[in-house]
Ligand binder design. Structure first.
Ligand SMILES: CC(C)(COP(=O)(O)OP(=O)(O)OC[C@H]1O[C@@H](n2cnc3c(N)ncnc32)[C@H](O)[C@@H]1OP(=O)(O)O)[C@@H](O)C(=O)NCCC(=O)NCCS
Length: 194
């Protein structure tokens, strides 16, 4: 098989612009807005880590995201409102495997903005970048079996449930299962053509 062109990252994540949202590099000044998301027990209900207790933890998350960006191991965008630059969510490509042209998607939105189509807009930007400039072939997601909002979001984009993974996550003192989903580039392109 011929080698495929890989994306040339600059010093920051590229800005991905949608109708109401922009996905951009996280800044230290986003810590307060991030805390409003990851400090909320409702947001991390089906997440993989506990709720943040202080804004310092949010700042640490930003620093970790920058380190991962430099190492090209994970790409975490902040989703901000176009009008005000207020951060209302994050969209992430993790477990990136360039050789096999795949990555996993992750996302979280401030609860205040649930049910408004913002996650749909952000995920579409993320997928468009992953299958476009980044040239990936397959995206994956691992979702708690009860996370209905997340299933609806993914399935609207054509993700398909591929497997049930038993007792995969220790979260908030419980052992939880995961549902694994996948999306292939040709299928997404076909879906967006109609
Ligand atoms: C998962 C999560 C991002 C989904 O957010 P969401 O707000 O439900 O998703 P969307 O922003 O795409 O909104 C979709 C809903 O808004 C409605 N909507 C309103 N205006 C809309 C618009 N302009 N465009 C699209 N949908 C719109 C849709 O009808 C849809 O409703 P439905 O889910 O009842 O069918 C959110 O619940 C979250 O942050 N959860 C916590 C973190 C988490 O669990 N992450 C996933 C780990 S796997």
């Amino acid at each position: 098989m011929k080698p495929f062109p890989t994306f040339e990252w600059g010093s920051e994540l590229p800005k991905l612009k949608g109708e109401r949202l922009v996905l951009r590099h996280l800044k230290a000044s986003d810590a307060g807005d991030l805390f409003a998301i990851f400090g909320d027990p409702e947001v991390i209900r089906y997440w993989s880590s506990p709720a943040q207790k202080t804004q310092t933890e949010s700042l640490e998350l930003i620093n970790e995201a920058h380190k991962h960006f430099v190492a090209r191991t994970m790409f975490e965008w902040g989703a901000v409102l176009r009008e005000t630059d207020r951060l209302i969510g994050t969209f992430t490509l993790l477990n990136v495997d360039i050789a096999h042209r795949r990555a996993e998607v992750g996302y979280a939105l401030n609860q205040e903005f649930w049910g408004g189509g913002y996650a749909t807009e952000g995920l579409e930007l993320l997928i468009g970048f992953a299958f476009g400039p980044m040239n990936l072939h397959r995206l994956e997601a691992d979702v708690h079996p009860d996370n209905e909002g997340s299933f609806r979001l993914l399935e609207r984009q054509g993700f398909v449930r591929e497997g049930y993974l038993r007792e995969r996550w220790f979260h908030l003192g419980r052992i939880e299962d995961g549902v694994f989903l996948g999306l292939l580039r040709p299928d997404w392109i076909k879906l967006k053509e109609v």
